[in-house]
Design a protein around this ligand. Structure first.
Ligand code: BES
Ligand code: MN
Ligand code: ZN
Length: 486
């Protein structure tokens, strides 16, 4: 469903047709609606309400053939997230009804919430309405007009902020939803150059340049592919008087076959979302630029395709990373960490950021441990870890911290090189992957790693998402930036 919102001055409901929504308290009481309804409509609504046994969430009544009343209940001062979810519920309901038009009498939200909560409600409505139909011959044609009927003027600042977040989230979802034959590294790099238009400074390092720079860990992953490999940086300077820089690094494996350590056929098609970490970084940067965030941030993504072939990397190959450290590639399917290794060292060296957060669909083990409830969070810094955890709780994109320890680190030592890319003993696959990444933080920069393998994509719809790409991480990191650095 496509949501199109308009704002209008509320006058009288007798002039409104279609669905008309009011907010109520938790008990769905309607005394405060008396002034909006004719006395006969008010009486009718009371009768209809008495005959309903459930009084939770969302109630709908056909008042007459032309007007359907929807009552949306809210708890006193409920959290932002609850209001967003309630908006999402309305989207679901209206899409089930095939509704084309809804008027929301937004003044009534103040029965239990501050009046700006209407923007949170709308945000939830719009997030939930996302769908990806680029490759369907029959396009999504169900347009829902949402008319916010209010006595107040539109608060453009808040409205625009939420719009920026939605555009960021939806861009992430679009990228994640694209199949591997379309969004290969060459195409991905081209699309990122387009982001110059919104004020981001974009630099693309191609394969030749990366080889010259010594990013052999990253380049090695892509060498079996007919596509190029890239490192792309996206810079946003929203606070020129401040030297602080926040860095976000993402794994962009456009398709992960496993390489010569080939994956089994079953579910290999899922590996089209193995670039989700990078897509979150891109969506976040887009959001920061669109809402002119007052921070300096840089996004760095490593774009490769992991393919088998005559020129592909072999198990046992040894590569020298950008850091100078050598890696024995025992399993070509543990490729994300190779891409991130060079991207992380490059980011630390080039931008000298105050912190680095990386995101990656890095291990199947994190899905075993945490399923699709929490991302795995690993960090060398308690404060950074706490900030991410708390932002995640607020927007319900949750992250759970798991341990790092030198004893896990040891498991990555190699006989033949400085380290190997998998551990054969000791289990803890997600932690050992994180330990591997930590070896590429050379200057003790506060760093956090989010393993989002279980979060990036869902076969089922969530409270604020339709099924498919979730955009997990964009709202989390936006909150993280907003609460701690703006
Ligand atoms: N992209 C995968 C991880 C993954 C698995 C993402 C499931 C999303 C869903 C990653 O590159 C990978 O293949 N990891 C291996 C590592 C192993 C070889 C040490 C894994 O988890 O099996
Ligand atoms: Mn892999
Ligand atoms: Zn992968």
């Amino acid at each position: 469903m496509i949501v199109k919102d308009t704002f209008s001055k509320f006058t009288n409901i007798s002039k409104l047709y279609g669905c008309i929504a009011f907010f109520t308290n938790e008990k769905s009481e309607i005394a405060h609606l008396k002034k909006y309804l004719s006395s006969s409509d008010y009486k009718n609504l009371n009768v209809l309400l008495k005959n309903k046994n459930t009084k939770k969430g969302l109630l709908s009544f056909d008042l007459n053939p032309n007007q359907k009343i929807i009552l949306i209940s809210s708890k006193k001062n409920q959290k932002t997230n609850e209001t967003e979810k309630s908006g999402a519920k309305l989207t679901d309901f209206l899409s089930g009804e095939g509704a084309k038009l809804i008027h929301i009498v937004s003044d009534t939200i103040s029965v239990n919430l501050k009046s700006d909560a209407i923007y949170e409600f709308l945000h939830g409505m719009r997030l939930k309405s996302y769908s990806f139909d680029r490759y369907k011959s029959k396009k999504e044609s169900n347009i829902l007009k949402v008319n916010i009927a209010s006595s107040k003027k539109l608060n453009k600042k808040i409205y625009d902020k939420y719009k920026a977040i939605e555009l960021g989230v939806n861009y992430t979802k679009d990228l994640v939803s694209e199949p591997g034959n379309i969004l290969h590294p060459d195409e991905y790099a081209k699309r990122l150059i387009q982001l110059k238009k919104i004020g981001l400074r974009v630099s693309v390092y191609n394969e030749k340049q990366l080889k010259k720079m010594g990013c052999n860990a990253l380049v090695g992953v892509g060498q079996g592919s007919i596509r190029g490999s890239y490192l792309v940086t996206l810079e946003w300077r929203g606070n020129k008087s401040n030297s602080k820089t926040l860095a976000f690094v993402g794994k962009g494996v456009c398709f992960d076959t496993g390489g010569i350590s080939l994956k089994p056929a079953r579910f290999m098609e899922d590996m089209t979302y193995d670039m989700a970490g990078s897509a979150v970084v891109v969506g976040l940067m887009k959001n920061l630029a669109l809402r002119k965030s007052k921070v300096n941030a840089v996004g760095v993504v490593g774009l490769v395709e992991n393919m088998p072939g005559g020129n592909a990397q072999r198990p046992g190959d040894i590569v020298k990373s950008y850091s100078g450290k050598t890696i024995e590639v025992l399993n070509t399917d543990a490729e994300g960490r190779l891409v991130l290794a060079d991207a992380i060292t490059f980011t630390e060296k080039k931008f000298k950021p105050n912190l680095i957060v990386d995101l990656a669909t890095l291990t199947g083990a994190i899905v075993v441990a945490l399923g699709s409830e929490y991302a795995g969070l690993f960090s060398n810094n308690d404060n950074l870890s706490k900030q991410i955890h708390e932002a995640g709780e607020k927007v319900e994109e949750k992250a759970w911290r798991l341990p790092l320890h030198s004893n896990y680190d040891k498991l990555m030592n190699s006989k033949n090189a400085d380290m190997q890319n998998i551990n054969y003993v000791g289990g803890a696959g997600s932690t050992t992957a994180a330990q591997f990444l930590q070896r590429f933080i050379l200057n003790k920069t506060p760093w956090a790693h989010l393993d989002i393998a279980g979060m990036a994509f869902s076969k089922y719809a969530g409270a604020l998402n339709s099924s498919g790409a979730t955009g997990y991480g964009v709202r989390l990191l936006n909150k993280f930036v907003e609460d701690n650095y703006e």
